[in-house]
Design a protein around this ligand. Structure first.
Ligand code: GDP
Length: 476
């Protein structure tokens, strides 16, 4: 059908469009019906699942319940800048240096494992070696679940800061149990109790206060109580999570980082999430494929097998996968190549189809019919206005049919972190007397995230109210 006749059909269906306009998924389906085609609108995730299914592969299939075995927790360290995330990761890494390791240097491969003793049993913990929530949210935005537990680092001499709150929001949005590391207790004027007090506001109530969040006082610089922190991580994992995976399957997992090494070619660090990864396996990671020629651990040593929760560098891929790309083992090189080729073709097409569109106030209807929830991120120039805006929005009378949720709020410009959170959760980002910072606008445009700027509160409220009312208008 040519564009003109499509426009005509749509016109009869009561939709006014021009030939170059993009139409909603619903309109597409309607159009299909009218013209006797079966039109099915699928998300990229569904498309990928279908692609794998055509090779008889199900990503994330846990396998036989009987074969599940305990696996170590995977931890991401988040918190405000300068509160000691990097130092903590370094200290933990150094505490784990193996005897005889050349110069005692552990390599940075994107994640590492430490072992610690809990109740007389030697246990492992996997630490993601990129501090901050940016990497975490970027992965999550791509649908990858890389982390089991978040450690939120708060400097006891500084207290809860904007990025502390942002980190908590990200962790809570992903449903991660949180352990609070109260850092820099060696500094004069450090006040750990103030941190406990402040964090109750964010639903993190210390065990000492009758809550269920573990707060651990540490000094990353002096190495104080690192064992206590590792113990708290394990206790939290044991209490809140059932971390098991089947080691007897073909491996699957997520790519943590990738780069091109001049000597070794494409190098990717992958985190095994189920099964056992072995040298010689045929693998696909995102749109890269190949065979595992070598695997290297965080000690720079060659390994031949990697069990669930184990990070390893993989050498042998034909190109570099991106952080957050899934990886999986397949039966033959040929299958790996075919899946990679199809994914690459799909990405090219998606790029050609240019900008993806997610939610905009104008066509919220479709998105909201599914969930009936409007998610917002509010950023403003001071905490007073942000709170005032949130409060007024929460007072909007929208009936029982619609849910208005503020999933994140904060003082300061709109950051890439905000946009990443918006991608993951389909939200509108509201900026009150602030602008987007750095590459945030670029990212938002690329991902089709809607940013709205305001300088008058009632205007912001009116717009959101109108959008909500629009959602409730009767269908015809
Ligand atoms: P990040 O931005 O959160 O990764 O923070 P860094 O790990 O880079 O730490 C910021 C600064 O705080 C550095 O100068 C660290 O040496 C220092 N620092 C980190 N932990 C401690 C601590 O426990 N005590 C003291 N006194 N300084 C610390």
């Amino acid at each position: 059908a040519n564009p003109a006749s499509l426009v005509q059909v749509l016109f009869h269906l009561g939709e006014m469009v021009t030939a170059t306009a993009s139409v909603s998924d619903e309109v597409l389906e309607l159009l299909g019906q009218e013209m006797n085609y079966r039109v099915q609108v699928v998300s990229p995730e569904e498309e990928d699942r279908a692609l794998l299914e055509s090779f008889d592969i199900e990503f994330g299939d846990p396998g036989d319940e009987d074969a599940l075995a305990a696996r170590p927790p995977v931890v991401t360290v988040m918190g405000h800048v300068d509160h000691g995330k990097t130092r903590l990761l370094d200290t933990v890494r150094k505490a784990n240096v193996r005897e005889g390791e050349s110069g005692g240097i552990t390599q940075h491969i994107g994640a590492y494992q430490v072992s610690t003793e809990l109740e007389g049993v030697e246990r492992l913990i996997t630490m993601i070696d990129t501090p901050g929530h940016e990497a975490f949210t970027a992965m999550r935005a791509r649908g990858a679940k890389s982390t089991d537990i978040a450690v939120i680092v708060v400097a006891a001499d500084d207290g809860v800061m904007p990025q502390t709150v942002e980190s908590i929001n990200h962790a809570q949005a992903a449903d991660l149990p949180i352990v609070v590391a109260v850092n820099k207790i060696d500094v004069e004027g450090a006040n750990p109790d103030k941190i406990r007090q402040q964090l109750t506001e964010y639903n993190l109530v210390a065990e000492e206060y009758g809550g269920d969040t573990m707060f651990v006082e540490i000094s990353a610089k002096q190495g104080t109580n690192i064992e206590g922190l590792l113990e708290a991580i394990l206790l939290t994992a044991d209490a809140a999570l059932d971390l098991r995976a089947n080691p007897d399957m073909e491996a699957q997992g997520v790519t943590i980082e990738g780069h091109l090494d001049r000597g070794r070619g494409p190098v990717a660090t992958v985190l095994v999430q189920r099964g056992t990864l072995k040298v010689g396996d045929s693998v696909v990671a995102g749109d890269a494929s190949g065979r595992v020629r070598r695997m290297i651990d965080e000690h720079g040593e060659d390994v031949t097998e990697a069990l669930p929760s184990r990070p390893v560098q993989v050498i042998g891929l034909t190109s570099v996968p991106g952080a957050g790309d899934t990886f999986l083992v397949v039966d033959e090189d040929r299958v790996a190549r075919q899946i990679a080729d199809r994914r690459r073709a799909r990405e090219r097409n998606a790029e050609l189809a240019s900008r993806r569109k997610r939610v905009s106030l104008e066509d919220l209807d479709a998105a909201l019919k599914e969930t009936n929830t409007l998610n917002l991120i509010i950023k403003g120039d001071n905490s007073g206005t942000v709170e005032a805006l949130e409060e007024s929005l929460m007072k909007l009378d929208v009936g029982d049919e619609v849910d208005l949720r503020v999933i994140h709020r904060g003082v300061g410009g709109i950051t890439e972190g905000d946009i990443n959170l918006a991608i993951a959760d389909n939200v509108i980002v509201m900026g009150f007397n602030v602008r987007a910072e750095g590459k945030a606008t670029e990212l938002a445009t690329r991902e089709g995230v809607e940013i709205r700027y305001y300088s008058v509160i009632y205007q912001a409220i009116e717009e959101i109210e109108a959008a909500l009312k629009g959602m409730l208008k009767p269908e015809y």
